[in-house]
Design a protein around this ligand. Sequence first.
Ligand code: BGC
Length: 755
Amino acid sequence: MADAAAIDALLARMTLAEKIGQLNLVTPGGDTLTGAVVNSDVAEKVRTGRIGSIFGVKSVAAARGFQTLALQSRLGIPLLFAEDVIHGHRTIFPLPIGLAASFDPDLIRRTARIAADEASACGIDQVYAPMVDVCRDPRWGRIAESPGEDPYLASRYAAAMVEGFQRDDLTRADAVMACLKHFAGYGAPAGGRDYAGADMSPARLHDVYLPPFRAGVAAGAGSVMAAFHALNGIPMHAHRRLIAGWLRDTLGFDGLLVADYTGVAELVAHHVAVDGAAAARLALGAGIDLDMVSELFLDTLEAAVAAGEIEEGLVDQACRRVLRAKARLGLLEDPFRRIDRDPAGQRLVTRANRRVARATVADCSVLLSNGAGLLPLSPRSTVALIGPLADDRVNMSGTWAVSSRPSDVVTIRAGIARALQGTGRLIHAKGCHLVEDAVLAARLNVHDGQEKSVPDDPRSAEALLEEALAAARRADVVVAVVGEAKDYSGEGASRLDLRLPAPQLRLLRALKASGRPLAVVVLTGRPLVLVEEAGLADALLVAWFPGTEAGNGLADVLFGEAEPAGRLPATFPFHEGQITVAYGEPPTGRPFRDRFEKFRTGYVDMPDRVPHDDGLFPFGFGLSYTRFAYGPARADRAVLRPGESVEVSVAVRNVGPRAGREVVQLYLSPPPGPIARPRLILRRFVKLQLRREAEAVARFRLSHADFAASAAETVGDAAEWVAPGPYRLLVGPHSRALHGVTVVVEPLPGPVRGL
Ligand code: BGC
């Protein structure tokens, strides 16, 4: 790898225009554009050193062509190729929210490693992932890409993804540079509307939204992407205090800061810049290194330097970071190291990769109910497989699977047919349309070419239902596969109504009325409001969007070859009106008790069977095919001083009928203090694999620093404090079923500013 002196020497040979060229990041266009603009004259600009990085090049041949042109530019600085590789590249794993549901950082790391292997085999150097936006508003479609509502789970996810992508050594040809996104607070848009601003206190930003960025940077992430929205009124592409301040100065992040798609140009629409030139100055000044798609750095910075409106040193600094990233990736030594890796495409969608993808489906699937032990099903049954997603390829990979191919997907129908082969019988019927509203269908088909995610189907709703009921009557059990179309969640896909689309609910009602046992598999990119569905289903399984091996993976779960071992990474609300909703919110002076009371927090129009300050299905929840019994929690000390650590342990025993996995969770419940903290804060978890009747002890070590919280007075302020006093350390299977011990935490020495 080129050292700092070599990079400085290269920089010294560059003209201002060449340096600015390195800051220009473009896309030549392709299938999945997320904005209206596409860059033009890309080849010519590459040849003349006016482009430094490209994303969205859909073939190795095209990458080779662009790289060859880059080497013909005056200094022959190679291009860096990037792509959105969010939950797998060609082999698609469950959606990020599903991967988070695994509560299994080793598994998450493994999926990222496979994604890195496949992406680098396609010539890609940098991936725009992981997305680590904590989100407590399931109306926001991008919760599909997010690790959910909890900062600690999101932090573990962030670190595991970065480690998997980067593999400790970015010069490895099979490693890619990670990009943490979207910095910061993008998961809290007003009203759940994508791109809308977020307003929050500095302490909330630091305690809830920034921890995964901190964890990702600590894991060595080479780049970070700015978010589209404005935080407390300041667009993130101009947020000097958070980018140049907290991220670079406080955390010491020295990697690349990438703009989002036309994010620099959008500073004008945000109303903080009068024109494109002002937008470019603001963004560069805030610490943005790469201008994605806007090309405003390219078009305006040279004149701005000449006019003395910005210092050339800022351009130098950004360019140095770009060159350093290229050096870290080994591109300065060998520009073709990833382009040449796999000329025959042999590393893509391999059997081994499929095996991991298949197993991951069970790890991420969350069993929400299983009345009378309906699941797992017997492979000797006659199964009526019904629903608009039961025989579907196009939707299985969900949102942000830009390099996936529907032809690689194993449909649920195919997977179940294989599982029943030679033993049982499968009858299939579609049952209903995914959605019936033509305007909605057109909106959901926005990204599809030939194959639509909401396909045209001339059959009437009545005919589809009749066929489904006939199938149900001939079967022992009905498996209904229902849910969202893939673009019902994702970017620019906020929803008002989080129930299943109307035709699918009608289908479930009719299937229930048929009297056959009903297992409902929900495919979704977000927590849905499943109140009626929970009442109709004898068993309810959420499988997110399961990816390439959807069919085999789900068949494994349904027939008990594998356990549904996921737990909810985000609360499933009772009603959209509760949103935002999460387990870890600060208490009120008039907390909800166990029923509605006038002048206490709650809703007059909500029944008492669900806590009004929590969801229908709480954070961390998920059943298994076996049962676990918890012993008492123990702590190895009663008092914790600064510099010390405490071990909390709990014995967990499998007391059910078969082997299974349990996610043991540890939460803090802080004592009273001058800043109210949430009643529960997740601090550790571990996934245990236990044979029938086996017992294991889950041990969690917490340091004094694990009790810290933000004491920030401004968003850039990294101040922390530890509230002294008795903490409850609570363990259990989910956020609403906990028991624990008390440990007294002593304060850090010295006064805490402002408290
Ligand atoms: C998204 C980013 C993505 C970029 C490039 C934007 O619309 O917000 O997450 O990386 O497009 O595709």
